[in-house]
Ligand binder design. Structure first.
Ligand SMILES: O=P(O)(O)OC[C@H]1O[C@H](OP(=O)(O)OP(=O)(O)O)[C@H](O)[C@@H]1O
Ligand SMILES: [Mg+2]
Length: 179
């Protein structure tokens, strides 16, 4: 698996340091608001686990699974809900936890769904932001790293469902993407 990686972009330590910073900022801002923290599966599963440990205010968590990339490095443009939330967002302060904002289609779709369900507020925490690929105008409230226009894997992020378990984030060798 490691042999498929061409370059490490962010080490495990760099990611952990950033997640700590983000958790501290979120803790300050969400004091007394009992947020409903939503993990966008599958990509955000590791970030979510690490991030909530760094948030020191009472909160609730829930999971939603959406997918639009399949086995490709480009969005299909169609966001599908694979698993919906168990807890109602009505009247809640919602914090959406995403691994990456790329085209922005996934988040714009989710925000629209949660607004229609009458969330009181919607805030976004994204570990990676790839602004060069945006097709809809959208930004995160809490952002980890701004990254160049390359398809990245690791720390939850996959290529064709693989590499999610890498503890760091990197770019694969070109021949791996073209398989
Ligand atoms: O801004 P966008 O262009 O919409 O891309 C970002 C989304 O794409 C990935 O999910 P994917 O559809 O690959 O599902 P996964 O999380 O199960 O890998 C990623 O985890 C984000 O949710
Ligand atoms: Mg994916």
């Amino acid at each position: 698996m490691q042999n498929d990686v061409q370059e490490t972009l962010y080490s495990e330590q760099q990611i952990q340091d950033k997640v700590k910073e983000m958790g501290a900022a979120i803790s300050r801002d969400f004091e007394g608001r009992n947020p409903l923290v939503i993990c966008v599966l599958k990509g955000a599963f590791i970030f979510m686990g690490d991030l909530v440990k760094q948030i020191n205010v009472p909160l609730e968590i829930d999971f939603m699974a959406v997918s639009s990339y399949g086995a490709s490095t480009k969005s299909s443009g169609v966001v599908k809900i694979i698993k919906d939330l168990d807890i109602s967002v009505e009247g809640r302060h919602v914090l959406i936890v995403e691994d990456i904002i790329d085209s922005g289609l996934t988040l714009s779709y989710l925000i629209d769904v949660l607004e229609r369900r009458n969330a009181q507020s919607i805030t976004i925490a994204a570990l990676f932001d790839k602004p060069g690929r945006r097709t809809v105008d959208l930004d995160a409230d809490y952002k980890g790293f701004v990254i160049p226009d390359a398809f990245v894997v690791g720390y939850g992020l996959d290529y064709a469902e693989k590499y999610r378990n890498l503890p760091y984030v990197g770019i694969l060798k070109p021949e791996v993407y073209s398989h």
